[in-house]
Design a protein around this ligand. Structure first.
Ligand SMILES: [Ca+2]
Ligand SMILES: [Ca+2]
Ligand SMILES: [Ca+2]
Length: 263
């Protein structure tokens, strides 16, 4: 009996700890006493495809727009976001992003900016710099309207409103080097055609800059672990070399082991 009692108590304590952890594992829900009643609110938020004409919410004057599509942003890129103020003037508007996903907006660089509206309904512009090293992941963005300068992301304010949004950070596009050639294929030094399984591309001699990206064409499908023959038909010159590379590890270069597939 005693053993059962200890076991039950232990289970209860573990359950309590789990419940406590779960209850803490969320963003602070910022309260506001009178909220939007005098016109202090976020009327609209626009960022790329996001166009949320949110108007003035009712108590508790906090809304997480989790129903909206996440706004996709590229790491290392800058974006202009516009926020429309409510019908009150001289309010403060601040924006945060929880870049490190630790459920707060307190880390370095997480305050995107703060501005005040000198007239009612004014549109305020914020520049969102996505850090280059941001991992591909969802991020929480918080926007607050409040009566005081130096707004905090979690404090209670007499007036104002808070809106949360989800961002989806994507890796920056790969910038492959673009090889140059002075005379190009003028003397018959060109790639006439290539063939890889069903993919055939007859290019002939291209014009300046003698570099061609076929990324809008049919994309060859390769099976993992299998061997395929890449056929390259040369130009009319007889003294050329031909080489091919594949960026197997998608890091934007062709220098990694195994990426030169023939010369
Ligand atoms: Ca609003
Ligand atoms: Ca954080
Ligand atoms: Ca590579």
């Amino acid at each position: 009996m005693r053993l059962n009692s200890i076991t039950s108590r232990t289970h209860f304590v573990i359950l309590l700890l789990i419940i406590q952890k779960l209850s803490y594992a969320q963003y602070c829900l910022p309260p506001s006493d009178l909220g939007t009643v005098l016109g202090s609110y976020i009327n609209s938020v626009e960022l790329l495809d996001l166009n949320n004409q949110s108007g003035a919410s009712i108590a508790p004057y906090y809304l997480y727009y989790s129903n909206l599509e996440p706004v996709e942003l590229e790491a290392g890129n800058d974006y202009i976001m516009s926020i429309g103020a409510g019908s009150m003037q001289n309010d403060y508007f601040a924006v945060w992003v929880d870049w490190n996903n630790d459920l707060d907006f307190a880390d370095e660089g997480e305050l995107i900016g703060e501005q005040t509206n000198s007239i009612a309904g004014q549109t305020l512009f914020f520049t969102l710099n996505v850090p280059l090293n941001t991992a591909t992941s969802f991020k929480r963005m918080r926007i607050r309207c409040g009566p005081n300068v130096n707004l905090e992301p979690c404090l209670n304010y007499s007036y104002g409103e808070t809106e949360d949004y989800t961002l989806l950070i994507q890796p920056p596009p790969l910038n492959y080097c673009i090889p140059s050639s002075f005379a190009g294929g003028g003397s018959g030094n060109f790639i006439q055609a290539i063939r890889l399984n069903e993919f055939v591309n007859s290019t002939g001699a291209s014009a300046q800059p003698h570099y061609f990206v076929a990324d809008t064409l049919l994309k060859p499908k390769l099976t993992r672990g299998s061997s395929q023959i890449l056929r390259v038909m040369g130009g009319t010159s007889t003294i050329n070399r031909y080489a091919a590379w594949i960026d197997w590890n998608n890091d934007g270069d062709y220098v990694d082991a195994g990426e030169n597939i023939g010369d």
